[in-house]
Design a protein around this ligand. Structure first.
Ligand code: KG4
Ligand code: ZN
Length: 354
């Protein structure tokens, strides 16, 4: 039995979790700063790191007591997000983890935040047993900072098939929400508005959908510009784009375009690489339209699809603990040098194919 405490502070959630054997969730505590950042319309880095400092001890204490861990030294490992993320935020988690590791002698593992998102799919919630160790697996990471299609031929091996050439999917949701005055964060507010909207009302492009040289790459900045142009055209003919129904129709049309591209490109990659399972993860995987479209598409292809429950889609520490467990399995030396780790605002998971 391996029990790992994980700490995640890469952006605007202060999170700690204890996971047993990579799959069993013993405790999962997330303190979100969303209300603090709302008035800035985005995450304000200094405010974020300061808030992590204020919250982290309580969050870790709650996680340990919920998991029934009396002493840190009873744990098998401590894992912490090393990057990518906001440097000042990452430092709070990393330095706290170093302190705990140094004082207790428990080994400390640096974990890549994206690897964490991938392993959010391995958490076993009973009715949802999660991904199985049956490879190859296609992974679609869709978060605020990343949009990547990755092929896993085993634990800890990541082949980058494609990624966004410009904006990430979540970033596009956030920017379009701002254009439509729908509020922050953009993903949930676009989804809510889109529920009242007509997705066929405004035809929007599906960027790179049929581009032979960018088969598994994405581009969302052009789509955002198309929405901007649409709002200007509407204004010119006297229609207010931020009026409730118009904004809802634009939001629905935009959401449909993003989901179409994400699902079609993933389905094509799944077919070409003959994968045994598909995993979708990251904040945008909370999107209801994406979840329904992916279930339909991969269901028709007969490929098992895993998308985490909503509370594991956005940032959390359970996914970091799960990733750490599998990292230790494939590399027992992974904790060597943990106490001297640095943080990395940019930290790629993979190198591009070829
Ligand atoms: O993974 P995450 O919590 O943080 C990063 O690592 O980036 O992802 C945050 C992103 C934001 O851009 C947010 O707008 C988006 O996930 N998001 C959504 C939804 N919920 C969160 N996007 C679309 N639909 C949602 N329901
Ligand atoms: Zn994330």
């Amino acid at each position: 039995m391996t029990r790992i405490l994980a700490i995640e502070t890469s952006c605007d959630e202060t999170a700690a979790a204890v996971v047993e054997d990579g799959r069993k969730l013993l405790a999962n505590v997330v303190s979100t700063q969303i209300e603090l950042h709302r008035r800035f319309g985005g995450v304000f880095p200094e405010v974020a790191s300061r808030q992590h400092v204020l919250a982290i001890q309580t969050v870790i204490g709650e996680a340990l007591s919920a998991a029934g861990v009396d002493r840190v030294s009873d744990l098998d490992a401590i894992a912490v997000t090393q990057g990518p993320g906001l440097a000042g935020s990452l430092l709070v988690g990393v330095n706290t983890a170093k302190g705990l590791s140094f004082a207790s002698g428990v080994p400390l593992l640096p974990i890549n935040h994206l690897e964490g998102h991938i392993y959010s799919n391995w958490i076993d919630l009973g009715d949802r047993p999660g991904a199985q160790d049956d490879f190859p697996i296609l992974v679609l990471i869709v978060s605020g900072g990343h949009t990547e299609l990755i092929l896993m031929r085993g634990h800890g091996t990541y082949e980058l098939l494609g990624s966004t050439l410009d904006d990430a999917a979540g970033e596009a949701f956030d920017k379009v929400a701002r254009l439509l005055n729908l509020g922050y964060p953009g993903g949930p507010s676009i989804q809510a508005a889109a529920e009242r909207g007509e997705a066929n009302r405004y035809p929007l492009p599906r960027p790179l959908m049929d581009a032979a040289n960018h088969r598994f790459n994405f581009s969302f900045s052009g789509l955002k510009t198309a929405v901007l142009n649409l709002t200007r055209q509407l204004e010119r003919v006297g229609i207010e784009p931020t009026a409730k129904q118009t904004a809802a129709d634009i939001a629905a049309s935009f959401q449909e375009a993003v989901v179409d591209v994400l699902v079609e490109k993933s389905a094509e990659a799944a077919r070409i690489y003959a994968v045994r399972q598909v995993c979708i993860c990251g904040g945008v995987s909370a999107n209801a339209t994406l979840r329904i479209a992916a279930e339909k598409r991969f269901g028709a292809m007969g490929i098992p699809l895993h998308i985490p429950p909503l509370f594991l889609c956005t940032d959390n520490a359970a996914m970091i603990a799960a990733a750490a467990f599998y990292r230790l399995k494939t590399d027992p030396e992974a904790a060597a040098g943990g106490l001297s780790m640095d943080v990395f605002a940019n930290l790629p998971l993979t190198k591009k194919n070829g």
